[in-house]
Write a protein that binds this ligand. Structure first.
Ligand code: 5GP
Length: 321
């Protein structure tokens, strides 16, 4: 066990070192309930344990023939090779403060694609349903098409960012318990914070779906806290997005979007150095090195060599700060 770890990080270290079959063996998957489409009654529910229609992937679609479905701040979605699939392309573009600040972090898309692939694959092994099918290349992954739930789910373990600002709690204060917050996904409105009441009143998700979303968010938090804790990184907070997949009149909730340093606050456990997009938001510099460090600690970059930079101190010295 590394010097940075507390006693209760032992499980995290053990989990981090496990192979996928070992992980699957200790984690009981919880099949989530299916929800019936409210407007189209009259069909029988699928039998218990029935899985959704398997997707068959038949190869890469040439770039030129792809139809762009959506372009966001950090990703582009293209039509996938099979019905019900999309290709998620990770850009190097970075934005902050509701796109008032814009920039580029060279290589960010490649790192986020790889980090997110790794995290979603491990989550799948512990029974968290996700949209991820497989990585296609350096910047793209094949995903299931979902009907996105218009809610950003933020999970917080330590005070930082908008919580510190809103409630005047010093950044870095450990929260008495994990807090889940909801924000309405609407760029024009600046993603305002909302409560369960708004979600229910405006029908953005049903109560059953919100139950699943909160349950999944807590499970993801538990797992990721251990995963990052095992490599000396504190998971301060993060944002998740969920979607519905449909099979005739029945739907279920799955994890969508990405999990990467773009949407997580990740602090080095010893130095509290920020290893996430706050480096860009707060003009700290060293964004690429920070993202690389996260990838390196997760075992996704070779040790040594040019890619294993991550000495933020020397980065600062180079910049004269
Ligand atoms: P805060 O509300 O403190 O600004 O953000 C809480 C957490 O959610 C942070 O880890 C932040 O990165 C993530 N987050 C919140 N909104 C967004 C967003 O629109 N995009 C991304 N990438 N992350 C977000």
């Amino acid at each position: 066990m590394g010097p940075n770890l507390r006693r209760d990080d032992g499980l995290a270290v053990a989990v981090t070192n496990m192979t996928p079959p070992e992980l699957a063996a200790i984690c009981t998957p919880h099949p989530l309930p299916l929800y019936r489409r409210p407007s189209r009654p009259g069909r029988r529910p699928p039998s218990p344990g029935r899985s959704f229609t398997p997707l068959v992937f038949q190869g890469n679609m040439p770039m030129a023939r792809r139809r762009q479905i959506y372009e966001g701040k950090a990703k582009i979605l293209y039509e996938g090779p099979e019905p019900g699939t999309l290709i998620q392309y990770f850009k190097d573009d970075a934005t902050a403060f509701n796109a008032q600040k814009k920039g580029t972090i060279n290589g960010k898309g490649v790192l986020n694609n790889r980090i997110s692939e790794h995290v979603f694959t491990l989550l799948d092994h512990i029974g968290v349903p996700t949209h991820f099918i497989r990585r296609l290349n350096m910047r793209e992954q094949l995903i299931r098409q979902v009907e996105i739930v218009p809610i950003e789910v933020v999970v917080r373990n330590v005070a930082a960012g908008s919580l510190s600002k809103r409630l005047g709690i010093e950044e870095g204060t450990k929260l008495p318990r994990t807090i889940i917050e909801y924000y309405y996904k609407d760029d024009a409105l600046g993603d305002p914070m909302i409560s369960d009441e708004h979600i229910a009143a405006f029908g953005w998700a049903s109560q059953e779906e919100m139950h699943d979303i909160a349950d999944l968010a807590i499970r993801v938090n538990d797992f990721l806290s251990g995963l990052f804790g095992g490599v000396g990184i504190r998971l301060v907070d993060f944002k998740l997005e969920f979607g519905r997949i449909w099979d005739n009149d029945w739907s279920r909730i799955i994890l969508a979007d990405e999990i990467s340093p773009d949407g997580c606050r990740l602090w080095d456990m010893t130095s509290n150095e920020k290893l996430d997009k706050d480096r860009f938001r707060q003009d700290l510099g060293g964004e690429v090195e920070a993202y690389q460090e996260v990838a390196r600690r997760l075992g996704l970059l070779p040790e040594g060599g040019d890619t294993a930079v991550l000495d933020l101190d020397s980065h600062r010295k180079r910049r004269g700060k």
